[in-house]
Design a protein around this ligand. Structure first.
Ligand code: NOJ
Ligand code: MG
Length: 555
């Protein structure tokens, strides 16, 4: 495809997705224009200049489609419309156009593993009889045991409890069970059914025709299940891999998902080489993840192994090497992700004591992160990933060093994991709290109505955009400088060489002209004589790089 020089930024290149920085907007918590306390598309449009100034290449928006919001919009009732909570289809069109006008690409979220139970298909399925085409779009099965009273198999839902719910027939008698790997309000589709394929081709075209540049594909690794839906004893959470006997869980990472992905690749290609798919696939090892980004499949896959890694130099080095080479083997860029709407924000995660992962969320009474340590390590991790070749994802608020809300009262929690796990897991609300824009306004400028769907902490003024813009050492200015230098030195498209000569708890590599050193742990490192420092995640002590610091320099 020809390069169009007249367009700014990422819009100029069809292979923009190989080295892009992509910013995740979680619409309900980004900016609220109508004052109802929930962020919306007009709110996002009004803040697009912030993203242009930050220097990102693209934006990924979590779902804004009509939904009863049992899972914050990942329960989609209509894939080709906008929920009035977030605005109108005209607002979505305007957002796409306004982003493009600023040189920003737009990715939207595709949720193909399950629909909402309010989707017309599911309503028709429960109104129809067993064995009808309406039922065949989902995974309905007879129960086991006397009266079919036990679920069809022993699978557990990711959010806790059984992965099956029994329906009641119109005459009041108990009927079949349906599969939901997530909440009962999220019935799984049957991807062996050609009608499901056809419907999602229609959905892809609908958004591609409106000008979107691609899709982040929810639960990419779950769309196909092993025939016969055999029992499986292990927990459904975390990174999926083979067990000791060499078996993969029957609900995840089945080879047949790749047939669906190849079909979509072909469809996107008819729109041009610049339209992309990014896999949300919690699979390991990297060689298995790389299958999702073979040349005729998706363009990117989130690298959750890096996100899950402890703050340990040997560990980080090996993940960097292994994920880069697994992706290179199939010609795809690696991706680097530190935070998103499903995990504890990295500046808080990295402030937890050794051995405390924070998986499942943090709440009142739990071990609290050390905020200062977490921010120091979080900034160091950020400068490490932004210097790596490949694609970097940035989650809204991380550019201000925003911490997790770790003391949300349990009675305001909305993530279904909290209730379904019986409170064992606090859930993901702490990373979804609306972000701060203006330090001195109610809701820190998030909502024009001074309301917020989750309460914000009272000490977030220092994390507001206007408290950090133009302040030299602020996290915002660190991100902005990093993105500018990343572009100037073409780091995203570079190659790295790990450097010897540092102690074991240092990660050091060269990417083109730039050397990157991270002190992971207590030992300081020395800069070589004559090093010209471009950027550092924290203050340097003469030529010493103190603990938990990343520095970029030219030598
Ligand atoms: C992954 C999404 O990121 C998460 O928020 C959601 O709960 C599940 N998929 C189910 O759609
Ligand atoms: Mg609103």
């Amino acid at each position: 495809m020809p390069v169009i020089d007249s367009k700014p930024g990422a819009l100029a290149r069809s292979d923009w997705w190989r080295d892009a920085v992509i910013y995740q907007i979680y619409p309900r918590s980004f900016a609220d224009s109508d004052g109802d306390g929930v962020g919306d598309l007009p709110g996002a449009i009004a803040r697009l200049d912030h993203l242009r100034d930050l220097g990102v290449d693209a934006v990924w928006l979590s779902p804004f489609y009509p939904s009863p919001q049992y899972d914050a919009g990942y329960d989609v009732a209509d894939y080709c419309a906008v929920d009035p909570l977030f605005g109108t289809l005209a607002d979505a069109d305007r957002l796409i156009n306004e982003a493009h006008a600023r040189g920003l690409r737009i990715l939207v979220d595709l949720v193909p593993n399950h629909t909402s139970d309010e989707h017309v298909w599911f309503r028709a399925a429960i109104a129809a009889a067993e064995g009808t085409p309406e039922r065949a779009r989902y995974l309905f099965r007879e129960g086991r045991g006397p009266g079919g009273d036990a679920p069809p198999n022993n699978w557990l839902s990711v959010f806790g409890g059984p992965a099956w719910t029994r329906i009641t027939r119109p005459d009041g008698t108990p009927g079949q069970w349906y599969l939901h790997l997530f909440d009962p309000h999220q019935p799984d589709l049957d991807w062996t059914n050609p009608e499901v394929h056809e419907e999602f081709r229609r959905v892809l075209r609908f958004w591609l025709d409106r000008g979107v540049d691609g899709f982040r594909v929810d639960v990419s690794h779950g769309m196909r299940k092993a025939p016969g839906l055999p029992d499986w004893d292990a927990s459904p959470n975390g990174l999926v891999q083979e067990n000791a006997a060499g078996q993969r869980p029957p609900m995840w990472d089945q080879d047949e998902v790749h047939e669906i992905i190849r079909e979509w690749h072909e469809l996107l290609a008819t729109y041009g080489e610049d339209r992309i798919l990014c896999a949300e696939a919690w699979v390991a090892p990297p060689e298995r993840l790389a299958l999702y980004v073979r040349p005729d499949e998706m363009q990117q896959a989130f690298n959750f192994e890096y996100l899950k890694a402890p703050w340990n130099a040997a560990h980080l080095r090996s993940i960097i090497t292994e994920s880069s080479s697994a992706m290179a083997a199939v010609g795809a860029p690696p991706t680097w992700v530190l935070s998103n709407h499903d995990v504890v924000r990295h500046v808080s995660r990295l402030g937890l004591p050794d051995g405390v992962s924070g998986d499942g969320g943090i709440g009142v009474g739990d071990v609290q992160p050390d905020r200062e340590l977490g921010l120091r390590r979080g900034r160091a991790a950020t400068l490490q990933v932004l210097a790596l070749p490949g694609v970097a994802y940035v989650y809204q608020g991380e550019e201000f060093g925003l911490p997790e809300h770790t003391e949300l009262p349990d009675d305001v929690r909305q993530d279904p994991t909290y209730a379904r796990s019986g409170g064992v897991e606090r859930g993901r609300d702490g990373c979804r709290v609306p972000i701060a824009w203006e330090a001195h306004l109610p809701t820190y400028g998030f909502s024009s109505g001074g309301r917020s769907w989750l309460p914000q902490p009272t000490d977030w003024a220092p994390y507001a955009a206007d408290a950090q813009r133009g302040v030299p050492d602020s996290t915002y200015e660190m991100y902005r400088s990093a993105l500018a230098l990343r572009r100037e030195h073409a780091l995203g498209g570079g190659t790295i060489e790990h450097l010897d000569g540092y102690t074991d708890d240092v990660v050091a590599f060269r990417n083109g002209a730039v050397t990157v050193v991270t002190t992971v742990g207590d030992t300081a490192a020395a800069l070589p004589a004559g090093a010209r420092v471009l950027l550092a995640s924290g203050p340097l002590d003469g030529d010493k790089v103190p603990a938990d610091t990343t520095v970029w320099f030219i030598s």
